[in-house]
Design a protein around this ligand. Structure first.
Ligand SMILES: [Zn+2]
Ligand SMILES: [Zn+2]
Length: 355
């Protein structure tokens, strides 16, 4: 089968012909129909500090996907051949404190698909039955079904806080920021502001439901000044910080109203200096950090939002490409003129037309 692989401890990825994975008794084999490229995969391409410490090549990458089950292990009971599925990418231990208290996304013994074990940028992937998520083929096309995994991050970032009637700012309009805009819109936010330094992403932000967008790069004002102007100096009820950039974290704290809420989701690569007295305590800010998805609670919410088209992700699918085009896809994402790119392996087609 074809697979997109990290073959050595170096930059780049290779498309290779490799054996179809064997499955253990508790695993299923899935013919991948669509797999989306994530920021994580760009880090892996670059072989940056994080990926060079974490990955152990050779490895097939990719963790966001949908496909059809073609084989099941002996002890698999709830998944059958022919099922149309996606998967939670975090294979957790199930026995630690976090796993047993509905915090499995924080399990210290997690294996991530396409990071710690072979992933989905391939004709076939094997995964344990326990991470399988059943899809409805009529309601979700493979491209959209593949996006449930990253969309779940935005569902988690926005959940556990009342969005109804609130004025909201989303800092950073990458895929998860754009998902966040769609969810806040569907959840009854009154007014949604969005900021990014990429004009193309701001166009998508509007398409997903942002009322006003701002590009600090092409403006003499900074984002905090723009927010003051837009809110009669009051600031916003809720700010979602999706970039992890030092300036953006400060902007997030500065843009929330006194007594407002800030969700930090973007991951800074180094420590950030913050004026805790003036920017947090005297403002009575509520700040929460969010990471990952609550398994499987956010998957159910994701299904509800996507199957009903309460949030339509079609505008965010910038291209569908073959596995062999991985380098073109990575370049397109790096140039910043794309939101999500789907890889479409072809092996499943011969199964569909099989005996
Ligand atoms: Zn991802
Ligand atoms: Zn665990």
């Amino acid at each position: 089968m074809l697979a997109v692989r990290k073959t050595g401890k170096e930059k780049g990825l290779k498309v290779e012909d490799v054996p179809i994975p064997n499955i253990n008794d508790n695993e299923v084999l899935i013919a991948v129909e669509a797999a989306s490229i994530c920021g994580t995969d760009l880090h892996i391409w670059d072989w940056d500090e994080w990926s060079s410490e974490r990955l152990n090549p050779p490895l097939t990458i990719g963790h966001e996907f949908a496909g059809t089950v073609v084989e099941t292990g002996k002890s698999v009971t709830n998944v059958s051949i022919g099922d149309y599925v996606s998967a939670e990418s975090h294979v957790t231990c199930g026995t630690c404190h976090q796993c047993r208290t509905n915090q499995a996304h924080l399990c210290p013994n997690t294996d991530v698909l396409g990071v710690d074990r072979d992933g989905a940028f391939a004709d076939y992937i094997s995964v344990p039955e326990k991470v399988i998520w059943q899809n409805d083929r009529i309601k979700l096309a493979p491209e959209i079904a593949a996006l449930q995994e990253p969309f779940g991050n935005a569902v988690f970032a926005t959940s556990e806080i009342d969005l109804t009637g609130k004025n909201i700012l989303v800092l950073g309009c990458g895929p998860v920021g754009l998902f966040t805009i769609g969810i806040t819109k569907a959840s009854g936010a009154a007014r949604i502001l969005a900021s990014d330094i990429n004009q193309y992403r701001l166009t998508l932000a509007k398409e997903m439901g942002a009322d006003n967008v701002f590009n600090p790069k092409t403006n003499t004002m900074d984002t905090t000044q723009w927010v003051s102007e837009m809110t009669d100096n009051l600031g916003l009820d809720i700010v979602f910080e999706m970039t992890g950039a030092q300036n953006a974290v400060k902007t997030a704290l500065g843009s929330a109203k006194n007594g407002g809420h800030v969700t930090l989701f973007g991951i800074p690569t180094s420590p950030i200096e913050i004026d805790i007295s003036n920017d947090i305590i005297f403002k009575n800010l509520n700040i929460v950090g969010k990471y990952g998805r609550r398994i499987f609670e956010t998957w159910y919410m994701t299904r509800n939002l996507l199957e009903t088209r309460a949030v339509d992700l079609q505008p965010l699918i910038s291209a569908s490409m073959s596995l062999e085009q991985i380098e073109d896809a990575i370049n397109m994402l790096k140039e910043g003129n794309a939101a999500k790119i789907l890889l479409r392996p072809t092996a499943h087609q011969s199964i569909d037309s099989g005996p």
